[in-house]
Design a protein around this ligand. Structure first.
Ligand SMILES: Nc1ccn([C@@H]2O[C@H](COP(=O)(O)OP(=O)(O)OP(=O)(O)O)[C@@H](O)[C@H]2O)c(=O)n1
Ligand SMILES: C[C@](O)(CO)[C@H](O)COP(=O)(O)O
Length: 233
């Protein structure tokens, strides 16, 4: 048997910015829960062996009911107070696995991840131990400090990160082991942990997809409904 590939779907958040009164991953887009859509993408992918769901505290039964139809889902575990803590919960659930396992961390809040994006991450993992998914920025991006522009990086060098982010398990484990000893630990994604705590590990960036949006604010729900309506039945 070859190296196993596990997809971790991070659904431990509460959706404060959306303000729906319950975690946004439980809301339906095009008649289907956001969580179901994210899990389905990995469950259906022939190169994914297993899916692990990390769910917000108090909503594990709801998540278990939603993912019950998916044969590759190996478990639903409780997340932490931050995305980083939820990744740590997933790593703890994978504690007995060998270092060469490949693990993909995906935001449950991105319901339209496609097979081509997943393939690009997996292909890149053949040569690199850490892989990110990025799309170009249509806007100019600047660094603002104290209300003033501090620097203006060239837009051509800028990338907006999406998920999944892929890793060789031993590498992301090591990065988090170091990170967890840092009292200043704060990160918005998993590649950020590798970049900061294992700076010698190159992080490959592969092309994402504009449809792979993250449902974050109320307008994103309208965009998501529009994307769902365009799907072929
Ligand atoms: N404690 C957390 C926080 C976030 N996430 C997950 O990380 C992804 C990206 O996070 P975000 O869009 O910020 O989701 P929420 O934390 O739910 O949103 P908000 O910050 O508005 O509360 C989501 O799929 C979310 O469920 C998680 O697993 N555990
Ligand atoms: C991981 C991520 O989706 C990459 O863009 C993003 O950093 C998540 O941020 P959030 O604040 O947890 O939504």
């Amino acid at each position: 048997m070859g190296t196993r590939t596990v997809a971790v779907v991070l659904a431990g958040g509460v959706g404060a910015r959306l303000g729906a009164g319950r975690p946004k991953q439980l809301l339906e887009i095009g008649g289907r829960p956001i969580l179901a859509r994210a899990v389905a993408a990995f469950d259906a992918h022939p190169r994914i062996d297993e899916v692990l769901v990390v769910m917000a505290s108090g909503h594990l039964r709801a998540a278990a009911a939603i993912v019950a139809p998916f044969g590759k889902v190996a478990g639903v575990v409780e997340g932490g107070d931050t995305r980083t803590a939820s990744t740590v919960a997933a790593l703890e659930a994978l504690a007995g696995r060998p270092d060469d396992v490949r693990v993909l961390f995906h935001d449950a809040a991105r319901p339209f991840v496609g097979a081509a994006v997943i393939d690009r991450v997996l292909d890149a993992l053949d040569g690199d131990a850490a892989v990110a998914v990025g799309v170009p920025s249509p806007d100019t991006i600047v660094v603002v400090e104290d209300g003033l522009v501090a620097s203006m990086p060239s837009r051509e060098t800028m990338s907006r990160f999406q998920t999944p982010q892929g890793f060789v398990l031993g590498t992301i484990r090591k990065a988090y082991e170091i990170a967890l000893a840092d009292p200043e630990l704060a990160a918005t994604d998993d590649c950020g942990i590798v970049h900061r705590y294992l700076p010698d590990v190159p992080i490959r960036v592969v092309a994402g997809d504009d449809r792979n949006l993250k449902v974050t604010r109320p307008l994103d729900l309208s965009l998501a409904e529009h994307i769902a309506a365009e799907e072929t039945p």
